[in-house]
Design a protein around this ligand. Structure first.
Ligand SMILES: [Zn+2]
Length: 390
């Protein structure tokens, strides 16, 4: 197999604390990485790099692991420009706007939906995202949810069944009947096409008892839980996530001390989605409070047409540093290794021998520039599974 070395990396983020400067980022100065096939086979100081077939001189630029975007909603049609415009003109955000996207998604063809996923995937890749999770949740019928998952599965292995995004408009007068559908025939049709099950546990969506019933039913079908929790208000979502050993509790904007303690002690990752607060002008989640309690924090885009229409992990890093109390080191870790933890993956989110060769070369001498130079396209090259894709 061909070997390629990237040499003279000014600053390499490995996310292995046993390497380099001994921090969680495992920073190595003047470093090199060797790729063989789809794997990383060597990392260390550039002067000690082994001979390889090909050499790329990074010429004093930084390399970070490919971003792991562990929360997105990309199987949709249409957009919600007017709703965003109205919100920025003073109207509040409510969960019900999802219905607009449901109508457009049901009306779209498979090809239109798949092309849309591919478009946002390409957009994210140009910004350094090499792994992404995505969800159903804009179909809300047995057929439309299963279709969304089949389409998502053409583009990623990290597929989440979110039939419980909101109560389907078809069941507006019978929410209990909709929960029966989500935990019965819809789950039956969707489980073969998904790895995860998710629920939007929120006022106006599903309460704690409904969320528990939905996630428990999914678990019995072999799906692993994750949850939209405590986004718009205080609620039972985070405690339920920890109780059910969910891989991730996502949003975590409104947390009691007991919620923070539970996340600090359990292994459920707190995934923060600053694009949502940005795009709804809402109060920021307090990353500092979670980190100080010992929680594992991930950053993700929540890319969706309603509440967070960004595919940019660098943008989320910048917001987390500026407004959520994270240091640049913490934000980079959360956008890479943190996302991997939220997907219970150990083969991505790090640049160490054996990991998948997912690398981002930055047009900057340090990863700190991702927060220091917000909005600037610093991603200069991307490798995914050892292949240079940007
Ligand atoms: Zn979401």
């Amino acid at each position: 197999m061909t070997t390629t070395a990237v040499t003279h990396i000014a600053s390499l983020v490995t996310n292995d604390p046993s390497l380099g400067n001994g921090t969680p980022l495992g920073l190595i100065q003047d470093a090199a990485v060797v790729i063989e096939g789809d794997r990383i086979v060597w990392t260390g100081e550039s002067s000690k790099a082994p001979a390889t077939d090909n050499v790329l001189d990074a010429a004093g630029r930084a390399v970070v692991p490919g971003f792991v975007d562990s929360h997105s909603h990309l199987v949709f049609a249409g957009d919600r420009t007017q709703e965003f415009n109205a919100r920025m003109s003073g109207q509040p955000y409510r969960a019900g706007g999802i219905r607009t996207t449901v109508a457009a998604t049901r009306a779209a063809t498979d090809e239109e939906l798949s092309a849309n996923v591919a478009r946002y995937l390409a957009e994210a890749l140009r910004q350094g995202t090499t792994t992404f999770e995505t969800k159903s949740g804009y179909g809300l019928t047995v057929e439309d949810e299963a279709r969304a998952l089949r389409i998502a599965g053409r583009h990623t292995d990290e597929v989440t069944y979110l039939g419980a995004h909101i109560v389907s408009p078809d069941y507006a007068d019978d929410p209990a009947g909709y929960v029966d559908l989500v935990t019965g025939p819809m789950l039956e049709a969707c489980a073969p096409h998904a790895r995860w099950i998710d629920v939007f546990c929120e006022q106006g969506a599903f309460d704690g008892d409904q969320a528990r019933a939905i996630l428990t039913a999914g678990r019995a079908k072999g799906l692993h839980p994750r949850i939209h929790a405590n986004q718009l208000s205080y609620g039972p979502g985070v405690q339920l996530a920890v109780e059910l050993d969910a891989a991730s509790a996502d949003h975590c904007t409104h947390l009691t001390d007991a919620d923070v303690d539970a996340l600090g002690q359990g292994r459920t990752v707190a995934t923060l989605l600053p694009g949502a607060e940005f795009s709804t002008r809402a109060a920021w989640p307090d990353a500092r409070r979670l980190l100080d309690a010992g929680a594992t924090v991930a950053l993700s885009t929540d890319c969706n047409p309603g509440s967070s229409f960004t595919s940019s992990m660098p943008f989320c890093v910048a917001l987390a540093v500026r407004d959520m109390g994270m240091t640049p080191d913490e934000a980079i870790w959360s956008a890479t290794a943190g996302g991997a933890a939220a997907l219970r993956r150990t083969d991505i989110g790090r640049i160490t021998p054996g990991a998948r060769a997912d690398l981002v070369l930055l047009d900057a001498p340090s990863h700190v520039h991702l927060a220091y130079r917000p909005g600037v396209p610093l991603v200069s090259a991307v490798w995914r599974s050892g292949e240079r894709v940007v």
